[in-house]
Write a protein that binds this ligand. Structure first.
Ligand SMILES: [Zn+2]
Length: 182
């Protein structure tokens, strides 16, 4: 895992300055996919790694998808026990019994999960509303890997409200394209 945690909003600021001037407009949606881990402060005053940081541009962090939502509680118990016994964490051995229960590096499911976070960034860009409270919606911000897997893969869709929002947005875009042609 990449060991350094970058400040999410500072990182966004650096990236913003790298955008081509002509595309530095709210009319252009920018989403970067990154392997670096970005952190931001939570309501509890603590710093947390993030799967996505929404802003301008937005960043989806593939390592954040692996590291930010918590793995099963038993994983941390096994990890702590082995670390105590061995003096180091044998990550492969710790992960083995929990395989499939969380998204890991090089996980074939990672791309699909990253798509869901890109969708969050896109909806945020337009509505300024980042997350959804419905645990079966892809805009749900799961704090556990299990929640993320449910929202992004098992459900794989939007809640009825966001379904309507998405339809409205694509309708607007269609009308705008049609208006430009005339
Ligand atoms: Zn929703």
């Amino acid at each position: 895992m990449p060991g350094v945690l970058y400040d999410g909003y500072r990182y966004l600021r650096v990236m913003r300055d790298l955008l081509p001037r002509a595309e530095r407009s709210l009319r252009v949606l920018h989403i970067a996919f990154e392997h670096r881990i970005l952190g931001t402060f939570d309501d509890d005053g603590r710093y947390h790694a993030r799967a996505v940081v929404c802003g301008y541009p937005s960043v989806v962090s593939t390592s954040g998808i692996v590291e930010a939502p918590a793995k099963p509680a038993a994983y941390y118990r096994v990890k702590a026990q082995l670390a105590l016994a061995l003096g180091a964490v044998p990550f492969d051995a710790v992960k083995e019994p929990f395989k499939g229960q969380f998204i890991d590096y090089d996980d074939p499911r990672l791309t699909e999960v990253a798509r869901g976070y890109a969708l969050q960034a896109a909806i945020y860009h337009i509505t300024k509303e980042a997350f959804c409270g419905d645990s079966a919606c892809r805009l749900f911000n799961g704090h556990w890997q299990a929640e993320m897997i449910t929202a992004q893969l098992e459900s794989g869709g939007l809640c009825p409200r966001h379904e309507r929002v998405a339809a409205e947005i694509s309708g607007l875009a269609r009308r705008e394209r049609a208006a430009k042609k005339h």
